[in-house]
Each structure stands twice: as structure tokens, then as C-alpha cells.
Design a protein around this ligand. Structure first.
Ligand code: UDP
Length: 238
């Protein structure tokens, strides 16, 4: 199967967890550099790339709410965590020589541009990697949903979800050796089997907009570029 046949523009979702590397919290500099090098390779191949970064390595609204924090307030804090990650990713990309812009869904004019859809498109047409920060700008959402939303708005050919494993499995392959990896799934299969890929809001949004989702292992060096050529392991959802 071709992952992203002749993709012209793609969105890569990088979770906060991916940025931790082997750590338990925060950002691992080597991991961010490696991911940035992979993004740089795809960007310099002529594909327009935009990114949505998560914040779960720093703060999650839901976790805070479980300990008694107001959910919406916790979610706003979580969105700010994604801005921290966005700045780290921007820095790593610029050291790779990639022109970038951070666009934040929450106005933070001293450090990021406000998110303006047409302006984001223009940046990408000029070869800049746009990093979308602060999720959707709304509490009760996730950065997975933000990724599906921005990918639809940017008219991306596909949404790539970089995870800790090389695709979608029937169970967690790190815990269950019998877990089976799927090559291909439909949106409805993901929802009906409650597969742990992206939340239901993100899957539904992708489905409504016929946006293919490609799940691959972000920790394998070069995997992003290989998947763009239809090589290596991944799961395609459409
Ligand atoms: N968040 C939010 N609205 C959004 C995106 C994110 O409220 O549109 C908050 C939410 O609290 C979430 C946190 O930001 O827990 C970090 O994002 P997420 O958990 O999606 O990051 P990831 O799991 O990708 O690291």
C-alpha cells in the first residue's frame, strides 16, 4: 500500500510523549533533534509540512482534573504546555536550517503568530514548516483533534500520527506479544473496536473530511520519510 501517494501537503502530529524520549517527563533534546532531522528531510524533499505538537509530557488537563483541578482551567494549562513544546521543536528545526513559523491558537503575540488559516497556507506555500501550538484553543479537546482539524483546514493529503509503535495493533504490542498489527483499517473499525489510535472526535473529523490517517513509529530514524514513499511499516486508516 502506498502511504501517501504523491502527497503535496501533510500534517504530522507529534505527541508530547514522543518528545520525552526515554525520559519520564519534559523534553529530551536528542529526541527533539532527531525528529527535527526527519521533518527537515521530508520538507526539503518538496512536501509541504505542518506540525501539531501535543503537551502531555508536561501537563494534561484530564490528569489534573482527576486530582481536583477545574477541568477547563487544567486544559488551558495543557494548551500552554503545547506552546513550550512548539518552541523547542521550532528551535531544533531552525538548527536544521528549516524555516518555520509557530502559530498559536491562543494569542501569545510576543512568541508566536496568531493562527490565521490563510496565512498558514501561505507560509507552507513558501516552504516554511508551520508548527501549530495551543491545540484547538478550546478546553475539552485534545491535540489529536487539533491535528485532524488543522489538517482539514490546510487541505492536507493526509494526517500522520507518529506514535511509539509502528502502527495500530489489536492490543498494546509492548505488553501483549500476540498483538496483531493492522495494515489498513477503516475509520469505523477504529471507532467500533475502540482502538487506541486517536480520540473519537479526531477520527470522526478525519472521516467526515476523507482525510487518511497514517500511523507509524516516530522513534525510528527516517521513518517519516520512508512512510511518505510508502515504505516501511505503518497502518493506513481511511
Ligand atoms: N488541550 C486542550 N485543547 C486542545 C488541545 C489540548 O484543552 O485543543 C489540553 C488538554 O488538557 C491536553 C493538553 O492540552 O491534555 C495536552 O495535549 P494532549 O494531551 O493532546 O497532548 P499529547 O497527548 O499529544 O502529548
Amino acid at each position: 500500500t502506498d502511504a501517501a501517494p504523491a502527497a503535496r501537503r501533510v500534517l504530522l502530529k507529534i505527541s508530547g510523549e514522543a518528545l520525552m524520549g526515554a525520559g519520564q517527563y519534559g523534553v529530551d533534546a536528542n529526541t527533539v533533534d532527531r525528529i527535527a532531522a526527519d521533518v527537515a528531510a521530508v520538507s526539503s524533499s518538496g512536501v509541504e509540512v505542518c506540525l501539531v505538537v501535543g503537551g502531555g509530557n508536561i501537563f494534561r488537563g484530564l490528569t489534573a482534573a482527576a486530582r481536583g483541578m477545574d477541568r477547563a482551567q487544567g486544559d488551558y494549562a495543557g494548551m500552554l504546555a503545547t506552546v513550550i513544546n512548539a518552541l523547542m521543536v521550532q528551535n531544533a528545526l531552525e538548527r536544521e536550517g528549516v524555516p518555520t513559523r509557530v502559530m498559536s491558537a491562543i494569542h501569545m503575540s510576543s512568541i508566536a503568530e496568531p493562527y490565521i488559516r490563510r496565512r498558514a497556507v501561505r507560509h507552507m506555500e513558501k516552504g516554511r514548516v508551520v508548527i501549530f501550538a495551543a491545540g484547538t484553543g478550546n478546553p475539552f479537546f485534545t491535540t489529536d483533534t487539533a491535528a485532524a482539524l488543522r489538517a482539514a483546514e490546510m487541505d492536507c493529503d493526509c494526517l500522520l500520527k507518529g506514535t511509539q509503535v509502528d502502527g495500530v495493533y489489536s492490543a498494546d504490542p509492548r505488553k501483549n506479544p500476540d498483538a496483531e498489527r493492522y495494515e489498513q483499517l477503516t475509520y469505523l473499525e477504529v471507532l467500533a473496536r475502540d482502538l487506541n489510535v486517536m480520540d473519537a472526535a479526531a477520527i470522526s473529523l478525519a472521516r467526515e473530511n476523507r482525510l487518511p490517517i497514517i500511523v507509524f513509529n516516530i522513534h525510528e530514524a527516517g521513518a517519516f520519510e520512508r512512510v511518505m514513499k510508502g515504505e516501511g511499516k505503518f497502518t493506513r486508516i481511511e
